[in-house]
Design a protein around this ligand. Sequence first.
Ligand SMILES: Nc1ncnc2c1ncn2[C@@H]1O[C@H](COP(=O)(O)OP(=O)(O)OP(=O)(O)O)[C@@H](O)[C@H]1O
Ligand SMILES: [Mg+2]
Length: 373
Amino acid sequence: MTRDEVEIVLIAAAWTAGAGAVGLVASRLIARRSLRWLLALVALVAVGGVVAGVIGTANAMFLSGHDRQVVLLVCLVAGLVAVFFALVVGASVVRGSRTLREDARRFGETGEYAASPAGPAEFQALSTELARTSAKLKESRGREQALEHSRRELVAWVSHDLRSPLAGLRAMTEALEDGMAEDPARYHRQMRSEVDRMVRMVDDLFELSRIHAGVLQVSLQNVDLGDIVSEAIAGADPVARAAGVRLGGSVEPGATVTADPAGLTRVVANLVTNAIRHTPPDGVVSITGRVVDEAVELSVSDACGGIPDDDLGRVFDVAWRGTSARTPEVDQQHGTGAGLGLAIVKGIVEAHHGVVQVRNESPGCRFLVRLPV
Ligand SMILES: Nc1ncnc2c1ncn2[C@@H]1O[C@H](COP(=O)(O)OP(=O)(O)OP(=O)(O)O)[C@@H](O)[C@H]1O
Ligand SMILES: [Mg+2]
């Protein structure tokens, strides 16, 4: 490079840097304006830099007055074209952003986002992201609605289930009060059993609400599965005898699990109660426990004759029960009949990071609980 060329580069650099600095200040001033003006400014600064470089080098006598005139004229035309071009491009960018804003506004109003894949890559990415958010929102809205629906159903059913025994109790107390009861002792027994059932139902509801609120406390201990199962069999034996159901079971020796003993007892008791209730006289209910890779598996099988396929997916739902009539005909030993037992089982099992499933297996069905050891 000759000395002259070095000098030209330095002069041009200094003058164009000046134009750049002015452009920077101007860009700050219009930073909040439309993108269109920013693009026009970029074109202006580019041409302005050339103009500044030409003026600087002409002042240093590297260009004749005539040459300078010609170059400046060319720059003026180029500048006008560049700014026009920038404005056209800017308008299309602004259009793209306006479409996106309109789509987002509609999203806010309707909760649905219809992606229109147009405009620059960044806008498209934003639009795709919004579409994904919209899908997620829709999903969670659906879940919330289902939850709200089941909550409303639960309140309706439970209030119905509480109202009928309460009406019975009122009738019995009135009869006792008026001295119309023929066998007061029987009335007292019946009242006691109704009250017990309602107390258990309220307990179940309380347990369920704790499960749903996620505040179920499990105090984990090393539990011998055999103990839990023999306790459950001993507890349910009188009920099974009364129903004429043969109750038995076996647990692999040494099968232990880290679990909350009270919770696990409740799980087994609820499953066994259901199994006895749905098994005809002379049928068999059996409870087995075994260890399978890193988990214990507890199964309760009965002779219920199978659960209809359509209902298999619903048995664990809160307040769902098989019979369409929602009048509890359940006696003392057979739970409350409110359809809460299996929902509680599922809640407790899941609080232990386990899974519970049901499948039909002749002559009845089998409930399988799998808990990590
Ligand atoms: N072992 C079983 N065999 C056949 N059907 C069953 C069995 N266990 C449950 N079900 C069906 O699933 C429904 C829901 O059971 P769940 O234990 O949740 O409620 P419930 O027994 O009706 O009332 P609750 O347990 O609150 O006293 C039952 O009503 C019944 O139709
Ligand atoms: Mg039950």
